[in-house]
Write a protein that binds this ligand. Sequence first.
Ligand SMILES: NC(=O)C1=CN([C@@H]2O[C@H](COP(=O)(O)OP(=O)(O)OC[C@H]3O[C@@H](n4cnc5c(N)ncnc54)[C@H](O)[C@@H]3O)[C@@H](O)[C@H]2O)C=CC1
Ligand SMILES: O=C(O)[C@@H]1CCC=N1
Length: 270
Amino acid sequence: MNITFIGGGNMSSALIGGLLQQGYSPGQIRVVEISAERREKIKHAFKVETVAELAKGVSGSDVILLAVKPQQLSGVARELASQLRNQLVISIAAGIRATDISRWMSGYARVVRAMPNTPALIRAAVTGLYALPGVSMEEKHNAEAILGAVGSVLWCDREELLDAVTAVSGSGPAYVFYFIEAMQKAGQELGLDASQARRLSLATFLGAAELANQSGDDVATLRARVTSQGGTTERAIQTLENAGVKHAIVHAIHGASQRSRELGDEFGET
Ligand SMILES: NC(=O)C1=CN([C@@H]2O[C@H](COP(=O)(O)OP(=O)(O)OC[C@H]3O[C@@H](n4cnc5c(N)ncnc54)[C@H](O)[C@@H]3O)[C@@H](O)[C@H]2O)C=CC1
Ligand SMILES: O=C(O)[C@@H]1CCC=N1
């Protein structure tokens, strides 16, 4: 399968890095990128072909992966319309609805909307997928194979759910990094050096996430087991509760989902 990425930014780099680690060859991947500086960076990092012109980039490719900003997508999709020869089109743009992308490409039906996340770089992404009704089973398998090469995938049967996926897991790594930043800061304030604070914070995140993943118990139960009555965890959790941190996190994720819908409204037509 030959894949052309349109847009060679952060997310394309994460996906290309993951695909190459998975065994794809650089010869199967091409990148259309308008910035000469980005083209050089991509070529240098991954040894894949990079081009400036869309038509040249998509010729001979089986899958076109749209990875430009939501604001840039309609222009790209309209330009792409005349270049389509049965390729599968996958968009990873936040918010932009597959129905709008199809409309911009003169009703082209082979469109999958995907929402991966940056752990794709180490093949630990999770990606939500939604396919327009015109996408065949085989094309769905191809979309799964590409996004599945960089982690796990989850199909959604309604497009609105992609806004929830975007808010929870698309943006999610940033929430986790934010929490880790806070843990590291506290650790250093308490006298650990930067490397000790980093190691303890990261190992705790990895260990707790893996425990939750492997355990048959829900996370509230696992949390209760850490929280001894009258102990240290109880004091910390009480402080978080008093400060409304859980409420703020829930509110923040609702906000991200709302923003995803707004992007669809602002830059789409439905
Ligand atoms: N960064 C993230 O964690 C995630 C991002 N996304 C989505 O992925 C898309 C890309 O995001 P990033 O990679 O973070 O953005 P980015 O800004 O790093 O990359 C976009 C790239 O597209 C290029 N570009 C713009 N117009 C172009 C055109 N007409 N033809 C070819 N290239 C063009 C830009 O020069 C830039 O290098 C966005 O739509 C975003 O919503 C999806 C999941 C996660
Ligand atoms: O912040 C954004 O809009 C993109 C989509 C999900 C992660 N980054």
